[in-house]
Design a protein around this ligand. Structure first.
Ligand SMILES: *Cc1c(COP(=O)(O)O)cnc(C)c1O
Length: 392
């Protein structure tokens, strides 16, 4: 279907598997394996000679395939492979494209588990990562070694919403034969399409906005057919496959992705503007505000600022905690991307295991709070935050 139709249409119409019952909604094929009509067919399917059918849900499953095709269409990529979680997508990516001796350049602002995976776990297998500034392009260029295979970035960063220039980094990487992978979790294809900007690979934690309602874990890699084939070989043998049930939830989540993300982003801009004027707030980090240091780049690269807003209250941890503890409506939880607004104190949770010096180096101050804005009325979100802010 892709090519002919706009993303809005593909989000609700692309890749609907139809069974003999001709059901209207996407069917959920909750099965671990598939029947063969003969010994010969079983042999052909297992050998990979006959690729038309499914064998086992660790390899392929029709519901998972639908989710993959729909997400690929939205990212305007050739192909997609879904995984059990965002982290298993990133693991599968590294295991498929890097070998012992290879090198990765990644941004220092990456998701915490991604930093652990690249900075600690992968080094045991001989894959080294150099972490550089999210924003200083020269640092990326300077970090390139003859064995560099991959640039890995996430933009905007979490929680400080720093923007990496995808097109500029892709230009540098490609001049050195290096591939570029972008974690597009925060913007989703609704706001940012990394492949159009020159990236080679998009990874997702589908757990966040793609689900959007905080129900399931999932991940995905969108790239060329050739690269997806490589990842498939890893998936088949290593097994980080997504459950068909989770894929079905995510497939339906894609139908409402655009209206959710646009509405959440519009709410976030209102909340960010209000926080910026608030006497108890020292600083707001939001790419949709003119005060954001990379506002111009964000406007070029993203359709809007997105749903994640970070801000520093005046004072320290006690003051930030007062805001958290005064909330009666907002959800105090680590998750983000939900239609319910969530509030997190990074210094004591997501970044709590870092030393005080490491936190300071990453710009995570004690008074920092991260909001993932949902679909509630803006006035209700403001009133709930005001309960704590008015005490500062
Ligand atoms: C949550 C998250 C991940 C990891 O995804 P899981 O689905 O939790 O494994 C990776 N990258 C970013 C930016 C995330 O927010």
């Amino acid at each position: 279907m892709s090519g002919k139709y706009r993303p809005e249409t593909l989000a609700v119409r692309q890749a609907i598997p139809r069974s003999q019952y001709n059901e209207h909604a996407e069917a959920l094929y909750l099965t671990s394996s598939f029947l063969f009509t003969s010994a010969a067919q079983a042999a052909e399917r297992f050998s990979g000679e006959d690729e038309s059918g499914n064998v086992y849900s660790r390899f392929t499953n029709p519901t998972v395939t639908s989710f993959q095709e729909r997400l690929a269409a939205l990212e305007d990529g050739e192909a997609c492979i879904a995984t059990a979680s965002g982290m298993s997508a990133i693991l599968s990516l590294v295991m498929s494209f890097c070998s012992a001796g290879d090198h990765i350049v990644a941004s220092r602002g990456l998701f915490g588990a991604t930093q652990q995976l690249l900075g600690n776990i992968m080094t045991r297998f001989g894959v080294k990562t150099t972490f550089v500034s999210q924003t200083a392009i020269d640092e990326w260029r300077a970090a390139i070694l003859p064995e560099t295979r991959l640039f890995f970035l996430e933009t905007p960063s979490n929680p400080l919403t720093e923007i990496s220039d995808i097109a500029a980094l892709a230009g540098i990487a490609h001049a050195h034969g290096i591939s570029v992978a972008v974690d597009n979790c925060f913007c989703t294809p609704v706001l940012q399409r990394p492949l159009e900007l020159g990236a080679d690979i998009v990874v997702h934690s589908a757990t966040k906005f793609l689900d959007g309602q905080g129900r399931v874990l999932g991940g995905a890699i969108v790239t060329t057919k050739e690269r997806v084939e490589e990842v498939f070989k890893f998936m088949r043998s290593a097994g980080p496959a997504i459950s068909p049930f989770n894929a079905w939830v995510l497939l339906k989540g894609l139908e409402t992705l655009k209206i959710r993300v646009e509405a959440q982003s519009a709410n976030a801009l209102e909340v960010a503007r209000w926080l910026e004027e608030h006497p108890a707030v020292a600083r707001v980090y939001y790419p949709g505000l003119e005060s954001h240091p990379q506002y111009a780049l964000a406007r070029r690269q993203q359709k809007s600022g997105g749903a994640i807003v970070a801000f520093e209250v005046r004072g320290g941890r006690a003051d930030a905690w007062r805001v958290v503890d005064s909330c009666q409506l907002l959800s105090v939880t680590g998750n983000l991307g939900d239609v319910k607004t969530t509030l997190t104190h990074p210094a004591s949770t997501t970044h709590g295991r870092l030393s005080a010096e490491q936190r300071a180096a990453s710009g995570i101050k004690e008074g920092l709070l991260r909001l993932s804005i949902g679909l509630e009325a803006v006035i209700d979100i403001q009133n709930d935050l005001e309960r704590g802010l008015s005490l500062i």
